[in-house]
Design a protein around this ligand. Structure first.
Ligand code: ACO
Length: 427
């Protein structure tokens, strides 16, 4: 790549430095462009714009590669744990045994929520969507933990980060319990992060709850697969909210709100609903035809990705995990057969091949979550739980970045030019 990019505008030439990362595309540094040329760049959806420098996550969408701090997602999902990945994302290196034990203990000690939060839950309707509850309750944490909202104090930032990672499973489980009318369960810190979450969700005070190790492992793996995904919509939302100096609880609540959308975190719910609607493999051609029809808004949910133009590496792990969970729970779901067949048909269809549309992480995750016993409304909540780690790590990185400024995109104005006000009696 050249070391400078040339721009010719208004009869004048300008040079802009080209920055090179460790791997991945170079970026043209246009920070001085407006000052020199009085022109902005136009890039709706930020398809060609790098909004920050980051050391956390690397994606090569063409090759189907996802790395966290340099480690491949497949290796992390197979050999690591969610706590280890959380430590890695926050601190930059895999923990030693002692560091992991210390980190897990710290997180464990923050799992309880202020007792008054339980009363806060009761203000919601029982039929509220759990993501609506998550937005409200996580945002409200800043009202309970004043001593960790000073973003300029690194100790407070660390405490807030640990609190968010530790309390989000408790809040997610409470959102579920509230919707089914069962009592909240306090955390049991003798269990793992994931085991504790499963118990708070599916246990009841009337009897002991035994964590199924295969389900625990599968759930932990799902959390790993969703932990971070560089500058996606919700992460960019967290960074943008944080760029104004907003406290971390408010920023994570903003991320949760963004994640809720069906084009982002809501897609696994939509994918499972679609697979259930298809029902049996013989109906697949009908749905494939609809997905290809320009006049039909229907899309194959769980297919395609803004960045991956190859098989999403997380979908590979997810497909394997479906089999493990089914074997362990001795269940099957015809929807899995439909999903496998749909994938096979789509991957051999020129429409999907030419547009490079492959299954994404959401295609199979709903099938596992449903087998474990989660209702579809909880799927995005689980995504938010796991992604909190990435959001928190990205937020910390942003706060300590010397180049950090308040996020303030520009626009191409296409409204009326200045015109005189017309009095009400003359309109
Ligand atoms: N089914 C059918 N056609 C599709 C699909 C699909 N799932 N996805 C994209 N296409 C087609 C589009 O119609 C478009 O066709 P055209 O070029 O003839 O107009 C072309 O492929 C490119 O699609 P875009 O929407 O421009 O691609 P973009 O990168 O903006 O969208 C997105 C990516 C939003 C994920 C899209 O593929 C989609 O809607 N998929 C279904 C929803 C989904 O699974 N979302 C989960 C994303 S993963 C996550 O958030 C964790």
């Amino acid at each position: 790549m050249t070391d400078a990019a040339k721009l010719s505008i208004g009869g004048k030439d300008f040079d802009y430095p080209v920055l090179t990362g460790t791997i991945g595309p170079d970026v043209v540094d246009i920070r001085k462009m407006y000052g020199q040329t009085s022109a902005f760049t136009y890039d709706p959806g930020f398809t060609s714009t790098a909004s920050c420098q980051s050391t956390l996550t690397y994606i090569d969408g063409d090759e189907g590669v996802l790395l966290h701090r340099g480690y491949a997602i497949g290796e992390l999902a197979e050999q690591s744990s969610f706590m280890e990945v959380a430590y890695l994302l926050l601190n930059g290196e895999l923990p030693t045994k002692e560091e992991l034990a210390g980190f897990s203990t710290t997180i464990t000690r923050h799992t309880m929520v202020h007792e008054q939060l339980a009363a806060f839950f009761r203000g919601f309707r029982r039929d509220a969507h759990p993501m609506a509850i998550m937005c409200g309750v996580v945002g409200a944490l800043s009202a309970f933990y004043h001593d960790s909202t000073d973003i300029h104090d690194p100790v407070q930032r660390t405490i807030a980060s640990h609190r968010l990672i530790a309390k989000i499973p408790t809040i997610a489980a409470m959102a579920y319990k509230y919707s089914v009318g069962q009592p909240f369960l306090y955390p049991d810190n003798s269990l793992s992060y994931t085991g504790n979450f499963l118990r708070m969700t599916f246990g009841v005070p009337a009897e002991p709850y035994e964590v199924n190790p295969v389900v625990e492992k599968a759930m932990d793996r799902i959390f790993i697969l969703h932990a971070d995904h560089e500058q996606n919509a919700s992460t960019s939302t967290v960074r943008l909210a944080g760029s104004s100096g907003a406290n971390p609880f408010a920023c994570i609540a903003a991320g949760i709100a963004c994640l809720w959308g069906p084009a982002h975190g809501g897609a696994n719910e939509a994918a499972l609903n679609m697979l259930r609607e298809i029902g049996t493999p013989d109906r697949i051609p009908e749905f494939i035809a609809r997905a290809k029809d320009k006049n039909d808004p229907f899309r194959l949910m769980g297919f395609g990705h803004r960045v991956y133009k190859n098989y999403d590496p997380r979908a590979t792990v997810m497909q394997k995990t479906v089999r493990e969970v089914f074997d362990s729970l001795k269940v099957s779901d015809p929807v899995f057969e439909t999903a496998l067949r749909l994938e096979e048909i789509a991957l051999n269809d020129p429409y999907f091949v030419e547009k490079k549309l492959f299954p994404n992480v959401d295609f199979y995750s709903g099938i596992i979550l449903s087998a474990i016993g989660f209702p579809t409304e909880m799927f995005t909540v689980l995504f938010a739980l796991a992604r909190t780690v990435g959001w928190v790590a990205q937020w910390n990185e942003m706060i300590t970045d010397p180049d950090q400024k308040i996020g303030r995109p520009r626009q191409l104005y296409t409204g009326p030019a200045q015109r005189p006000y017309v009095g009400l009696d003359q309109r």
